[in-house]
Design a protein around this ligand. Structure first.
Ligand SMILES: Cc1cc2nc3c(=O)[nH]c(=O)nc-3n(C[C@H](O)[C@H](O)[C@H](O)COP(=O)(O)OP(=O)(O)OC[C@H]3O[C@@H](n4cnc5c(N)ncnc54)[C@H](O)[C@@H]3O)c2cc1C
Length: 447
């Protein structure tokens, strides 16, 4: 007979195999949803009590959507589950030899551990960038950007034309991947349609949006046609694109490029790199370039009962010798696969190796403008790509409420050319930003 484990983290004792999942992103959520309660006790850990739909974070940051439109409360997604347990906590480390996971609320034993902790922003050791630039990985990050952006305009309007400093309204986006491209498009629409009405005394010809990319094209993971189209569309929208631009430093007021060029700005978004969110305690030989090496069944090579999926996993296959792309679909498909895989292991069977089904890539640029790479080297851009982008994003939101909120906001934005979430709910003062601190403290706002 199986030993009955003691109660830990207020999780009931069980004789069933216990599956502990670290992270409730696309991978973790799909794993938890695919494991049957009759066969497993499922424990899901996340540091937030909601699932974040990261592909639309930029819309929260640029005031097009409210935060709860892209966040699904985790507990509500598992209402009818009998042996499912969510705990909001931070996972601190793993002890693979003991099959124990240590958390901020205490340790818990596992039979199977699924690591789906995603990726974190990689500043490549640039301390100033980490200190002054804003990342865009979480909802709090997006709200920080939105606050900072709107504070900037409020602040600029206090300074009143014509003495306003030229660079006060500049925005720099580092990284020409989907996040940088989508953000640049959204900010350019704000500049054209919304902000001049809100701040009629500000001169928006002084607001420059820079998009900096170290490689020689935008959207490096997509086709050359998609890159060229995105560049053309964004330039038409007035975005200043600099390719082959390597950022060297940012001191909170000036971005310095490797070639010596300087751009004055108070807001920089850093989306130029990510690395796996590794859990301490994992032997270093199990990871490569910040991701956990797995076999084709998602099992961490060398481990006993540990699986890794999504952004944190590195599964090298013939089709993907450098691992799968760091996007939602591999995480979703691996999550579903793990459910089948553990069920098979439980019944003494084996399943076929994981095979990623590439459904294509999309990136939106603005109203009626998007690029789509579909399987079979099919590319198209423009309105059709934009409609597909809209449909796909609504389809993958986790709850009906999310879908409804997003659709309602988008419909409103479409007909009014407005972005109604330009609220400074919680002013954000970047650490060390003495000027912003002085202005906001002086005016006693935000309390
Ligand atoms: C701004 C942005 C835009 C994107 N746009 C697109 C897009 O358009 N299309 C696309 O396909 N993909 C896009 N992606 C990528 C996509 O979101 C990721 O590939 C996907 O989320 C990976 O899923 P995951 O389950 O591996 O990790 P995640 O979804 O990142 O989930 C990881 C979870 O682990 C939790 N966690 C991490 N560490 C701990 C810990 N120690 N303790 C407790 N919990 C922890 C986190 O809170 C998080 O909930 C985008 C990503 C970003 C950031």
């Amino acid at each position: 007979m199986e030993p009955i484990r003691q109660l830990a983290l207020n999780i009931p004792a069980t004789t069933k195999p216990r599956v502990v999942i670290v992270g409730a992103g696309f991978g973790g959520l799909n794993t938890a949803q695919s494991l049957p309660d009759e066969k497993f006790q499922v424990v899901l850990f996340d540091k937030h009590n909601y699932h974040t739909f990261q592909p639309l974070l930029y819309q929260v940051a640029s005031a097009a959507l409210q935060a709860d439109a892209i966040a699904g409360p985790l507990r509500s997604l598992f209402h009818n589950r009998k042996d499912f347990h969510f705990r909001m906590l931070r996972v601190l480390s793993v002890e693979p030899g003991m099959k124990v996971v240590n958390t901020t609320a205490g340790p818990l034993e596992y039979d199977y551990l699924i690591i789906s902790s995603g990726a974190k922003t990689n500043y490549f050791g640039n301390e100033n960038m980490q200190k002054y630039a804003l990342p865009l990985k979480t909802i709090p990050n997006a709200l920080n950007f939105r606050s900072q952006l709107m504070q900037l305009f409020e602040w600029a309007s206090l300074n009143a034309n014509p003495d306003i400093e030229d660079h006060l309204l500049n925005i720099v986006l580092v990284g020409g991947g989907p996040t940088g491209v989508e953000m640049a498009g959204a900010l350019s629409e704000l500049r054209k349609k919304v902000l001049p009405k809100d701040y009629p005394r500000l001169d928006f010809s002084k607001m420059n949006i820079y998009l900096l990319e170290g490689l020689d094209r935008l959207l490096p993971p997509m086709s050359a046609k998609a890159s060229a189209r995105a560049k053309k569309d964004l330039e038409k929208m007035g975005v200043i694109i600099k390719l082959g631009a390597m950022v060297q430093d940012y001191d909170g007021e000036t971005v310095t490029l490797k070639d010596g060029e300087q751009i004055k700005t108070y807001i920089v978004i850093w989306s130029a790199g990510v690395t796996g969110e590794l859990t301490p305690g994992i032997p270093p030989e199990w990871a490569e370039r910040g991701r956990l090496l797995t076999d084709t069944h998602c099992k961490v090579i060398g481990s006993n009962g540990i699986f890794a999926i999504g952004d944190v996993a590195l599964m090298k296959t013939e089709d993907y010798p450098k691992g799968h792309p760091g996007v939602a679909q591999p995480a979703i498909q691996m999550g579903k696969y793990i459910g089948k895989n553990l069920d098979a292991i439980h019944n003494g069977r084996t399943v076929k190796p994981f095979k990623y089904f590439d459904k294509g890539s999309l990136a939106t640029i603005g109203r009626g403008k998007a690029v789509a790479d579909l399987p079979g080297n099919i590319f198209f851009g423009g309105r059709l790509a934009w409609f597909i982008w809209l449909f796909v994003h609504v389809q993958f939101l986790v709850s009906f409420r999310n879908k409804l909120l997003v659709l309602a906001n988008w419909t409103w934005n479409l007909f009014t050319f407005d972005k109604g979430n330009r609220l400074i709910i919680r002013p954000y003062i970047r650490k060390g930003d003495e000027r912003a601190k002085a202005v906001f403290a002086e005016n006693e706002v935000g309390s």
